[in-house]
Design a protein around this ligand. Structure first.
Ligand SMILES: [Zn+2]
Length: 348
């Protein structure tokens, strides 16, 4: 397989933009679909330019997750909760959102509790997968009256698609850019649908910001595995310390247990949106090799989602993208270092 040339990459971005600008959007499903496919490309694809087959069920999970966080009541006030959830379509609330709101009620808003209930979660994913096949999947590539089948062959029905050669590569290469495009379009759309509800809360933060749920227990778990020291500078924590996303949230919304470390507020603030330097990466790998399984059990006990393999795949992807971009890595406060190949020896 060969990776797409620059001109093809540009064409891909232009087509994504055309879908967002010119496509018809009754509900917000198409936004969630693009993001769910992009997420799948990051988690399961590679950078060879190869095609990838996937089913609606493969992307249902990520699709449902986007709506899970958005099914929380947005506005304050005396209105019933169901009315305070942001509308995601004209007319009645789209079916996926309604189902998710029901599950929110059943599981007190806890995504990990809902996922643990295999029957309830499985039923939701089946419904989501069926809805994707019926609604956005075969409409996504329709721009005006024309079909622009640049992502997958347009069969018009069915629940399997084959991402064409180069598509997975492009989604991985331009994940940030695409996420910004899609979120911007999604926010504009929701704003139009909900003029009466919008208040002082930042809509972008509400829809896509870092997880609002605090993870009770997570701090204790990390404190113990790090012996009460800062993950980065190794000196004592003293204060409670900040929970830091090792792969920064801004690069990929990765809220899985093994991606968390505990750090001084000052270290955390200084690291911001940087990936950590190889010395930190090595420590993180060691921690997960030595304690990964125990951590997993402890995460389970606290209802914290985790998947070590997926976390490592996403981390690999994040570093390979940073290498392509020639990014700096964060070493310590006010000190960064250019990325080289050494991270590859650490992440296999
Ligand atoms: Zn520190």
């Amino acid at each position: 397989m060969t990776i797409p040339i620059a001109e093809e990459q540009l064409k891909f971005i232009t087509n994504i933009q055309r879908i967002l600008d010119e496509g018809a959007f009754v509900a917000t499903y198409k936004f969630a679909l693009i993001m769910a496919i992009a997420d799948y490309a990051v988690k399961k694809g590679d950078d060879t330019g190869a095609p990838l087959q996937l089913t609606t069920r493969d992307i249902a999970e990520s699709f449902a997750e986007y709506y899970w966080r958005q099914a929380v009541p947005y506005a304050n006030g005396n209105l019933p909760a169901a009315v305070r959830v942001l509308k995601q379509g004209t007319g009645m609330q789209p079916v996926v959102l309604r189902r998710i709101m029901e599950l929110h009620g059943l599981f007190n808003g806890s995504l990990s509790a809902a996922r643990k209930d295999a029957r309830a979660w499985g039923a939701l994913l089946n419904k989501v997968a069926a809805t994707i096949a019926k609604m956005p999947l075969w409409k996504l590539q329709v721009v005006g009256r024309r079909v622009v089948p640049f992502l997958y062959a347009q069969h018009g029905s069915g629940n399997i698609i084959n991402l064409q050669p180069g598509v997975v590569y492009n989604f991985r290469r331009f994940y940030d850019l695409i996420r910004n495009f899609v979120q911007g379009a999604w926010i504009r759309h929701v704003r139009i649908l909900n003029v009466n509800l919008l208040g002082e809360t930042d809509l972008a933060e509400f829809l896509f910001g870092a997880e609002r749920t605090l993870f009770p227990g997570l701090r204790t778990i990390l404190k113990s595995v790090q012996s009460d020291t800062c993950f980065y500078c190794k000196s004592k924590l003293h204060e409670g310390g900040d929970i830091d996303h090792f792969v920064p949230w801004s690069r990929y919304p990765l809220d899985l247990g093994h991606n968390f470390v505990l750090a001084h507020s000052a270290c955390n603030r200084s690291k911001r949106d940087f990936l950590a330097a190889p010395s930190h990466l090595e420590n993180w790998q060691k921690r997960n090799q030595l304690h990964g399984r125990t951590l997993g059990q402890e995460f389970d006990a606290c209802c914290i989602l985790h998947n070590q393999e997926a976390t490592e795949k996403i981390t690999f992807w994040a570093y390979s993208q940073a290498e392509t971009a020639g990014s700096n890595l964060w070493l310590r406060k006010d000190d960064v270092t250019p990325i080289d190949e050494s991270w590859r020896l650490l992440l296999r």
